[in-house]
Design a protein around this ligand. Structure first.
Ligand SMILES: Cc1cc2nc3c(=O)[nH]c(=O)nc-3n(C[C@H](O)[C@H](O)[C@H](O)COP(=O)(O)OP(=O)(O)OC[C@H]3O[C@@H](n4cnc5c(N)ncnc54)[C@H](O)[C@@H]3O)c2cc1C
Length: 463
């Protein structure tokens, strides 16, 4: 064991369970404290209401998850999750047409979020030095401004810990908990996007997918509507429709009318004809929110935040689980380097989290500023970046090499600096000119929401 004593994780969702597996290798014992009752079933639960809606894991996240839980991808597939090549198996529509379909050698997996949570929970429950305490709420932190020494539970008892990982999600109360102990509270940036979703599961006849395994359409601003139809385990479709700034359906009738207006008719057909297995569930997501822990000059030792408790993005970009998983890997690496929960570990971890979040935050927030209704701090140079991003996406449709680089960046496999190499810029300008001529005038479009399913040549994601 690299670190003495125990660790506590607040929250048993993706950030909490990925952190728990990392801590189990480095602490004598780990306690995961979860407010919800957990029964191990692959059903949505109260604390993770987004479980009713589609969740795509980016290639970088899938790779990291496999590193943390070897064999998890095969396990998901064995449970009925659907592997797919995003270039070939998914019809993706944008800019007035579908992207060319071609096998690209990236194997992603389509699953429901509750399945992933159930498998992670099963893995964690099998670890002999981890105890999960469901139905238990954390109500504060113990310690002082220099060191967090544990958590205080709702019944007033304390659980001591050498390290507390706060994975309590977007709605977590850690700002108040830290302030109560005299600790500095991170500054928060919020970008208002008014996003909402409505989703439902449908029966999927095996082999009855039609042309492709999945369908996905994104709007070109000023249009704001998106729709997706994905195959998931249990021979089900998960169909979802959403949009920015209030332009999304809230119930079954609105969903049907909305689907009829989408450019991919397959989504409407499935919604109309397939047997519904669940009610329509809707959810709103008013803003992307980031807490800048890395900017704090004084941090207490023994406490780190992870996942949505640090940053919760517009879900249409599909980045949250990937970032949480990358953060868990980083925490493990840094615990090994610093040998335990020192103040240096905390600072180094937040620096690393800042680096992990830089690209996804910039692309998500930047992309949302293509809508004039979006409010909040505008990243510097965003209009320029959005203009170039539009050219890259037009070029990506015409030039497989541009598509490969663009997709690798979207999936957080390579840094966005690749977009700005002079030879690449030239290629983009050339290919996008051709694409514009072929497709006619296009409306303004910024960085593209992350659909996970983006084509890419020659990149293996499953190990
Ligand atoms: C509609 C929607 C769609 C999304 N789609 C995608 C996608 O396609 N791809 C993607 O990568 N991400 C997506 N996300 C984001 C993703 O759901 C989150 O990033 C992910 O769940 C990681 O969050 P987390 O573990 O940090 O927090 P959460 O999932 O919010 O979990 C927090 C946990 O902490 C528990 N908890 C909270 N407070 C306490 C307390 N005081 N004591 C004990 N327990 C507590 C909660 O019960 C919960 O279990 C989507 C989000 C939404 C809203």
């Amino acid at each position: 064991m690299g670190s003495e004593g125990g660790a506590v994780v607040i929250g048993a969702s993706v950030a909490g369970l990925t952190a728990a597996t990392v801590l189990a290798q480095r602490f004598a014992h780990v306690t995961v404290i979860e407010r919800d009752s957990l029964d191990g079933s692959a059903l949505p639960r109260r604390g993770v209401p987004q479980g009713h809606h589609p969740h795509v894991l980016l290639a970088a996240g899938q790779r990291a998850l496999e590193e943390l839980f070897p064999g998890i991808c095969d396990e998901m597939i064995a449970e009925g999750a659907v592997p797919f090549d995003p270039g070939l198996d998914l019809i993706f529509h944008r800019f007035g047409g579908a992207w060319p379909r071609a096998r690209i050698g990236m194997e992603l997996i389509s699953f429901s979020r509750p399945l992933l949570d159930a498998l992670l929970y099963k893995r964690i429950s099998q670890l002999s030095n981890v105890v999960v305490r469901p139905g238990t709420a954390v109500s504060g932190l113990a310690g002082d401004a220099n060191r967090i020494t544990g958590v205080v539970l709702g019944d007033g008892t304390t659980v001591d810990a050498g390290l507390v990982v706060d994975a309590s999600g977007r709605g977590g109360r850690s700002g108040r908990w830290l302030a109560d102990l005299g600790c500095a509270v991170p500054s928060t940036v919020e970008v208002n996007i008014g996003v909402g979703y409505a989703s439902r599961f449908l029966k999927r006849e095996p082999g009855g997918e039609g042309e492709a395994l999945g369908y996905f359409t994104l709007p070109t601003a000023p249009a704001k509507r998106t729709g997706i139809l994905l195959p998931v385990e249990g021979d089900r479709w998960l169909v979802s429709m959403g949009g920015w700034h209030g332009d999304f359906p809230r119930d079954e009738a609105q969903m049907l009318a909305f689907a009829a207006e989408l450019p991919l008719p397959q989504i409407h057909t499935a919604l109309r004809e397939a047997e519904p297995l669940t009610e329509v569930m809707s959810m709103t997501f008013p803003s992307s929110k980031r807490r800048y822990f890395e900017k704090l000059t004084a941090v207490p030792a023994g406490y780190v935040a992870a996942g949505d408790a640090v940053c919760s993005f517009n879900p249409i970009y599909g980045q949250g689980m990937t970032c949480a998983t990358l953060e868990a890997l980083a925490l493990g690496r840094l615990l090994d380097r610093y040998g335990g929960a020192s103040p240096d570990l905390t600072r180094a971890y937040y620096r690393e989290v800042g680096t992990i979040l830089t690209t996804p935050w910039r692309f998500a927030v930047g992309g949302d500023f293509v809508f004039p209704e979006t409010t909040g701090p505008r990243p510097r140079g965003i209009s320029l970046l959005n203009g170039y991003s539009k050219r890259v996406q037009l070029a990506a449709r015409a030039d497989p090499e541009v598509r490969k680089v663009f997709t690798a960046i979207q999936h957080l496999l390579i840094p966005p600096s690749a977009l700005f190499k002079p030879s690449f810029v030239l290629r983009v300008l050339r290919a996008s000119k051709g694409a514009q001529t072929q497709q006619g005038a296009q409306t303004q479009q910024g960085p593209q929401p992350q659909q996970g399913p983006q084509p890419q040549q020659g990149m293996q994601t499953r190990q």
